[in-house]
Write a protein that binds this ligand. Structure first.
Ligand SMILES: [Zn+2]
Length: 300
């Protein structure tokens, strides 16, 4: 009998940390080798109930390096093979799906995602490198659990928006749809909920997190306008479909009082919680949150 285990393959938002073209105050520390910050790859989790069969939650563009850094996910025995049984997708942003391209080479696994997400993958013909006769694509209905590798997994809608490359005009930034979902993962009586992107904490989302042992939540920006203020972007977090951490309508407040162990993941390179000892880091830690790091192992 194993134990439900999750490994943080990557903890940064799209672009990673530091971002290749960024010298914002936080990236600058990373470029200069300041010991208060550590590089982070783009957000993804690996989960297993038995230590042998693993499920990836999202496949980031950094997947190849993430696998190289994670012995549990490397081939064991036989000429070809991988302990990766499945990939569960929470959406189709570049940082959620581009890593699927690393998983070509005829290893059988199953991609689980909503019908809407699978339709977007089907429209992007490059994903045809995952040959139909080897890689199965399974449509998942929201709020209906399915079993994979000894775990029960359920996808649920999280307030958010369509991916940037599919925006037409002004998108709805906090809609509930199949295109932005969270993952509710259960095994051996333990429960982990993964919500890498959320524009809001609705009562239903809060209720789901109430019953979790571990909650991993969208930590993209500390303040809604931080990218505008530091000159690295023109958009607020909310416009990108991500609620801020701080402030009256932030996630720190919305997730207060939960009994779950709480982690921030999907952290943008501009977010000062990336800096050890910063006032923002101290604030989230004082509220009971852990800032996820690449390689962290979490047993709910
Ligand atoms: Zn930056």
């Amino acid at each position: 009998m194993g134990r439900l285990t999750a490994v943080v393959l990557g903890s940064a938002a799209g672009g990673g940390f530091p971002q290749w073209n960024c010298r914002c105050p936080v990236c600058r520390l990373a470029w200069e080798g300041d010991s208060r910050v550590r590089a982070r790859s783009q957000a993804s989790l690996a989960a297993s109930a038995d230590g042998d069969r693993w499920v990836l939650l999202n496949a980031s563009p950094d997947l190849r390096a993430q696998l190289a850094a994670t012995p549990q996910l490397q081939p064991h025995g036989g000429v070809r093979g991988s302990p990766i049984d499945a990939v569960v997708l929470t959406g189709t942003e570049v940082d959620q799906i581009a890593g699927l391209l690393h998983l070509r080479e005829r290893h059988p696994f199953t991609v689980y995602a909503t019908e809407a997400t699978l339709a977007i993958l089907a429209d992007n013909t490059i994903f045809g490198v995952l040959a139909d006769d080897v890689v199965k694509r399974e449509a998942v209905v929201l709020d209906r659990p399915f079993s994979v590798a000894g775990m029960e997994i359920e996808l649920f809608a999280a307030p958010g928006k369509v991916p940037l490359y599919l925006e037409q005009g002004e998108p709805q930034t906090a809609e509930l749809s199949q295109t932005n979902v969270g993952v509710d993962l259960r095994a051996q009586g333990k429960r982990l909920v993964f919500v890498p992107g959320a524009a809001d904490v609705t009562p239903a989302l809060r209720a789901r997190l109430e019953n979790a042992d571990v909650a991993m939540f969208d930590g993209t920006l500390f303040t809604d306008d931080e990218m505008i203020r530091n000159g690295s972007g023109l958009k607020t977090g909310r416009r990108m479909g991500h609620m801020p951490i701080d402030g009256e309508d932030g996630s720190l407040q919305a997730l207060s009082g939960l009994s779950a162990r709480r982690y921030y993941i999907h952290i943008n390179n501009t977010n000062p919680i990336l800096i050890d000892g910063s006032p923002e880091r101290r604030k989230v830690e004082a509220a009971g949150f852990t800032v996820a790091e690449d390689g962290m192992e979490i047993a709910p």
